[in-house]
Write a protein that binds this ligand. Structure first.
Ligand code: SF4
Length: 374
């Protein structure tokens, strides 16, 4: 199976991609051709469960179905443009779509799980000031097939382990590409598809309130919120989305999110020296989070070229963390994995390998400041 993905030809004939179809779309496609609708389940199993992207090998389908699948679809996945491995064993893949767009995913193996951080868009239009992807602007949305391709490519590279968790924390705002993201999630949790349970799929959003509500009704997977500030004025400066959907509206949507009570909500808080790391800020955060079942991930801001902001000092970080945990809010400090390959939070910029080399002095300095007394 290892070479199947590598052998797939580019989509030269402009055919629809087989990975883009949902189970219902496969049923309609089969019915329209007078073929049995029950084959939809088998096609989905071959593609997503078994990862066989060559219809000629779909052995329990009739010859006519296999031939039609071969003729009418493209079976390509994005090309691997570069593949970097971090000292912490994270792997960053720079992927290229059939029309030449670059995007990234990061594979993070842990002792007890394998998490895949995937992209939903090429670039992002949300413009968060601490994020390099935001500086790219939006190039285009990824299709559901391109989103799912990331799982296929990761699986091919995993050898004897399997993906246990998927997080939409790569490039893009997933709820700004809602339909394709939900379509991909449905196949991730379908037992004939990837078979992941809902609590193993996390959609991370900057706070696009109407789509949080819609997601809650349609497919309540786990939710993570890029919060980073609990003061409306400051958050609006950092994250333009807050001007449209201020904190009060966001909180209401979180309280109503169906999976909130079951799994809780993860709050991402990129912690920046002199900006959002004071006790005043911690107080506002605690007040904002009251009534919500949350865990706050404190993420020291990662460096990328052109950014002036620095991570909080070790003592600042510890003080902030203590304030939260003394008030029964779990607040683990999360060092982004893959920083040395620019694979950390906010660092994804879909650049070629030669442009990615991060100044090791900066990385070392950042780590030392933080590590010294934690
Ligand atoms: S943090 Fe997320 S939503 Fe904000 S610019 Fe970056 S990718 Fe977009």
């Amino acid at each position: 199976m290892k070479n199947q993905l590598l052998n797939i030809l580019p989509d030269e004939k402009n055919l629809p991609n087989a990975l883009d179809l949902s189970v219902d779309e496969w049923k309609s496609w089969l019915c329209d051709r007078g073929l049995p609708a029950f084959s939809a389940k088998q096609v989905v199993q071959w593609i997503h469960q078994k990862g066989v992207l060559d219809p000629e090998k779909h052995s329990n389908l009739s010859k006519s179905v296999r031939e039609t699948l071969y003729k009418e679809f493209s079976w390509e996945v994005p090309k691997i443009n570069s593949h970097l491995i971090s000292v912490d064993a994270s792997e960053k893949f720079l992927l290229e779509t059939h029309d030449g767009h670059l995007f990234e995913m990061v594979l993070m193996p842990y002792d007890n799980r394998v998490t895949l951080c995937i992209s939903s868009q090429v670039g992002c239009r949300m413009g968060c000031t601490f994020c390099q992807t935001g500086k790219m602007g939006l190039k285009r949305n990824l299709t559901s097939g391109e989103i799912l391709s990331q799982l296929h490519i990761a699986r091919e590279n995993l050898q004897d382990r399997r993906i246990t968790n998927v997080v939409f924390m790569g490039m893009g705002e997933p709820l700004d590409n809602y339909d394709e993201v939900v379509k991909a999630c449905r196949l991730m949790v379908d037992k004939n598809g990837w078979g992941l349970s809902m609590h193993r799929v996390t959609v991370s959003t900057s706070g696009v309130v109407p789509y949080i509500q819609k997601l809650g009704k349609e497919l309540p997977v786990r939710l993570a919120i890029s919060l980073h500030e609990a003061d409306d004025n400051k958050r609006s400066q950092m994250m333009p989305v807050n001007r449209k959907y201020p904190l009060a509206e966001l909180k209401k949507a979180l309280l109503e999110y169906p999976a909130h009570k079951r799994y809780g909500i993860t709050i991402e808080y990129v912690i920046i020296e002199g900006k959002n790391d004071s006790i005043e800020e911690a107080k506002k955060l605690v007040k904002y989070l009251s009534g919500l079942k949350v865990k706050v991930n404190l993420i020291p801001i990662n460096h990328f070229p052109g950014i002036e902001m620095k991570p909080s000092t070790a003592s600042g970080l510890r003080r902030f963390q203590k304030y939260l945990s003394d008030r029964s809010i779990p607040a683990p400090i999360r060092y982004s994995r893959g920083q040395d390959i620019s694979g950390g939070c906010g660092q994804l910029a879909a650049k070629h390998e030669s442009e990615l080399a991060m100044d090791p002095r900066v990385l070392h300095k950042n780590r030392r400041r933080i590590d010294r007394s934690i």
